[in-house]
Design a protein around this ligand. Structure first.
Ligand code: PMH
Length: 387
């Protein structure tokens, strides 16, 4: 690896690809052998890095990839991924030629969209589609058998369009109460019964449903959050059929250490006042990295011990209170294990009053991602210095 492609600021994410591999393998083992695994790698693989996660998932049993929009799919193609990719969200009808060119599968969720897309399709083109059914998520998708029939008839008459799949999405599969999940499932089954031909792939389950409800497997599931080692919700954590292994950790190094005397202040607003003579360290991470101001007061790990962030978090830096003077360059773990200490993504989500999904997504591309396998660095992504 050339030095040019490294990074020059001491803040980085480490992604343990072995953990991703084991989560995928465990899910594969949990599923019947005829159920395919679609690895959801949208949003830069939930902040972990699209191509590395895609490759790891494909090498460990995933058959298909899914992203949110076409740019994400094209990005994966440009990085050499040849596996099938489904765009889960909306694409523009006028962009169908790009889907054809890059062998990207598009989601059809409205009859008018299909008609417009047909106008833009070249005669010799082949477009793979999955139909999206809205069974209660209320986001995108067709809702009636009339719409489904209209789309199916239109597709069957057009040799350029291959209806490869049909799918829906659950709104509450991660909740203890199964009622709404069951309602959605029966709406989906009812609509499926009106299809003239069953497409090759029928899928409904996200991680939570795939982990909990075999009845909703059909012949593929879409694995997102659990591939990254995170529970779909805290309330179902005790029900998980296998141990998930968190892949994403966040680290920095202390760049400055000083003694702050009693009464002296720290950071914008001068809101933090030292109650006694204290050691304060500065970290090169701030809200522009996604380490947002609401994390003031959150602990980080230094020499395996918890210490708090003090004063306001700045754009690129923040300060921590140290029990004693430590060396500049000391590694600080903001998410992950260090010695006896551990800070989980769920803990950060709790501090921010949000869900674990949001945490790796908000750590911005400004923070380089290092990839590890068997404890060794096997890759690196620094979006700032790419090309
Ligand atoms: N399928 C669709 C259509 C999705 O939107 C998502 C996640 C998944 C599968 C994967 O779900 P999982 O991560 O729970 O396994 N989508 C989102 C979302 O739009 N907001 O949070 C998660």
């Amino acid at each position: 690896m050339e030095n040019e492609s490294l990074f020059y600021r001491d803040t980085w994410v480490e992604v343990d690809l072995d953990h991703v591999a084991s989560n995928v393998m465990n899910m594969k083992q949990h599923l019947p052998s005829d159920v395919q695994l679609i690895a959801v790698v949208k949003a830069n693989a939930y902040g972990h890095g699209d191509v590395q996660i895609a490759r790891t998932a494909l090498q460990n049993g995933a058959e298909y990839l899914a992203v949110a929009f076409m740019d994400e799919a094209i990005a994966l193609r440009k990085k050499g991924i040849v596996a099938p990719i489904l765009v889960l969200g909306a694409s523009r009808p006028e962009d169908v030629h790009l889907a054809v060119k890059h062998h990207i599968t598009l989601t059809v969720f409205h009859y008018d969209w299909l008609q417009k897309a047909q106008e833009y399709l070249a005669d010799e083109a082949t477009l793979d589609i999955h139909i999206k059914v809205d069974t209660g998520m209320g986001r995108i998708g067709i809702r009636t058998k009339e719409e489904l029939n209209a789309i199916e008839n239109q597709v069957l008459r057009d040799p350029r369009i291959n209806m490869e799949g049909i799918f829906t999405h659950f709104a509450t599969a991660d909740e203890l109460d199964h009622t709404y999940f069951e309602q959605q499932l029966s709406v989906f089954n009812e609509l499926l019964s009106h299809l003239k031909t069953k497409p090759r792939l029928i899928h409904a389950s996200n991680s939570a449903a795939a982990l909990r409800f075999p009845i909703a497997n059909f012949n593929a599931i879409r694995m997102g959050i659990s591939m990254y080692g995170l529970t779909p919700s805290l309330e179902i954590e005790s029900e998980l059929p296998f141990q998930l292994q968190e892949a994403f950790t966040l680290h920095s190094r202390i760049i400055h250490v000083k003694k702050v005397h009693k009464g002296e202040r720290v950071s914008y607003g001068a809101t933090y006042e030292a109650e006694e003579d204290e050691w304060v360290g500065t970290l090169p991470i701030g809200y522009a990295d996604g380490w947002i101001r609401k994390l003031q007061g959150q602990d980080v790990l230094v020499n395996g011990m918890r210490v708090p962030i003090v004063g306001r978090i700045c754009m690129d830096q923040c300060m921590i209170k140290l029990p004693k003077g430590v060396d500049v360059g000391t590694v600080v773990t903001l998410i992950g294990e260090q010695g006896q200490g551990r800070i989980t993504i769920n803990e950060i989500a709790r501090t921010l009053d949000t869900i674990n999904y949001e945490i790796p997504c908000i750590i911005s591309n400004r923070v380089p991602r290092i990839y590890k396998s068997s404890g060794q660095m096997v890759g690196m992504e620094n979006s700032l210095l790419q090309n």
